[in-house]
Design a protein around this ligand. Structure first.
Ligand SMILES: [Zn+2]
Length: 470
């Protein structure tokens, strides 16, 4: 039959707000649940998602190979019987069953009947991973963002400047949906620097009265530089809060520098393309509240994948409790964080929390027997006033055959052409040696020189590793 599908009919809105409460309802419902209550809710949703996952060859084949049959998983207590997967496994799924993989539906009838969006994870090499988003999933990811924004103080009277591009990645869309659909704030979708230049971002913020920002920490730092170079007064803006992804910042120096430059609180958040914005800081800035009705999280050992005790940093394994298409069951994100026990926070919410982001284990470079993470260079670089905080790690091979070695160079931008390179290089090499536990070479370059590799300001994500070994 040939007829349009109306989006407003694709969702039972009343049911949705009951099942996945948006701000205003979340704080007094899911945000107050006891360990037992949340576990029961997670259990029901987990079993429903597992039953759906059995329909897809990706899960069926992997699980059967691990000796599982439908019905074997009877509760959340059995979750560790299920094998994990990572982005390499998804890559193989796309190769087996192009273009959408064998872990999500691809038949035309489904595309006709469901309200779908095609979104992708940030493209690294080759085609980016496509993830289908049905109407409800997209809305739930909006609710996730809205919970975070609300806890950080975003209100209907705020004007929110979103410096992520509304394109194939979902971050900008979920932010937009969250602020617009579930708070009623006023989003300003300037996009990343490639869409609206940094100079114009600042002009618009001033002209239209931006009070809140959704911006990655690297780009916040970039805007500080642009403001300084052009004599723009960031303190003259009406900024009340900044929703960001701060990255590794154990000493809190990065956040402190940004907050001083912007004269506003900067809040950390954690999320990924598939599971959405699952954890957020509140105004207490004491760990990231997890939306536990939407995701089940384990932190595991890098090698053995055995669960680690609370407080220890390991790989994050996520199971989405709301997402049917595609199901996400035990995805090893290879993001490194720590998990903290449930407690009532100063903001009134009672949830488990996550630490800030410590790095990505798949960006790890093994250098003379030591694991080196490109993001672990950030503190040493940011701390030194001779740099502007920008850098890229370049790993390559030098020599031939048996004499072949891995070469690891950190290119660091000096803050101005007047900064002498030699003393800065020596200081950074010493600081990096201390932080990384292994000696690396530093090369000082001019401001802006690493941008073609990092994509700073132009792309949604900033790259810190250029791997020339392959
Ligand atoms: Zn809190």
């Amino acid at each position: 039959m040939d007829r349009p599908n109306y989006h407003w009919q694709a969702i039972d809105w009343q049911q949705l707000t009951q099942d996945y409460p948006p701000p205003g309802l979340f704080e007094t419902s899911v945000g107050q649940m006891s360990e037992g209550e949340i576990r029961a809710l997670q259990n029901t949703r987990f079993l429903a998602r597992v039953a759906e996952a059995w329909q897809y060859p990706f899960y069926r084949d992997r699980w059967q190979a691990a000796g599982l049959e439908p019905g074997d998983i009877r509760s959340l207590d059995d979750i560790e019987k299920i094998p994990t997967f990572n982005s390499d496994d998804l890559k193989a799924a796309f190769e087996r069953a192009p273009p959408f993989g064998d872990h999500q539906p691809g038949d035309p009838a489904y595309f006709r009947d469901a309200h779908l969006r095609i979104l992708t994870s940030g493209g690294t090499t080759g085609l980016p991973r496509v993830t289908l988003f049905d109407a409800q999933t997209l809305e739930i990811q909006g609710i996730q963002s809205a919970r975070a924004f609300w806890a950080q103080g975003l209100r209907p009277s705020d004007i929110l400047q979103i410096t992520y591009t509304n394109s194939l990645a979902n971050a900008a869309w979920c932010t937009l949906n969250g602020a617009f659909n579930w708070i009623g704030a006023t989003p300003m979708t300037t996009g990343a620097g490639i869409v609206t230049s940094s100079e114009r971002q600042l002009q618009y913020a001033k002209a239209w009265g931006t009070t809140a920002w959704f911006t990655r920490a690297e780009y916040l730092a970039r805007l500080v530089e642009v403001a300084r170079d052009s004599g723009f007064d960031l303190h003259g803006l009406k900024t009340r809060q900044i929703h960001s992804h701060i990255g590794p910042d154990a000493g809190g120096l990065r956040r402190k520098a940004l907050e001083e430059a912007w004269n506003a609180p900067v809040y950390d958040n954690y999320g990924t393309h598939e599971i959405g914005a699952v954890a957020f800081e509140c105004r207490e800035k004491a760990g990231l509240h997890i939306s536990e009705d939407m995701v089940h999280i384990q932190i595991v050992d890098l090698e053995s994948e055995a669960p680690l005790p609370d407080g220890q940093v390991g790989n994050l394994i996520a199971t989405s409790l709301y997402r049917s298409v595609p199901p996400i069951i035990r995805f090893n994100m290879r993001d490194q964080l720590a998990l903290y026990p449930r407690e009532t926070c100063g903001c009134g919410l009672c949830t488990r929390k996550l630490s800030g982001f410590h790095g990505r284990s798949d960006e790890m470079v093994k250098l003379r027997g030591t694991n080196v993470y490109p993001l672990a260079c950030m503190e040493a670089v940011t701390r030194n006033p001779g740099t502007n905080g920008e850098y890229i790690c370049i790993v390559s091979h030098e020599g031939e055959g048996l004499a072949q070695r891995e070469k690891f160079v950190v290119q660091v931008e000096r803050s101005a052409a007047s900064v002498a390179p030699e003393p800065l290089r020596t200081e950074l090499e010493a600081a990096l040696h201390r932080d990384l536990g292994v000696k690396v070479d530093v090369e000082i370059v001019d401001p802006g020189a690493t941008a073609p590799h990092t994509g700073l300001g132009l792309q949604n994500k900033t790259k810190r590793l250029l791997d020339l070994r392959r």
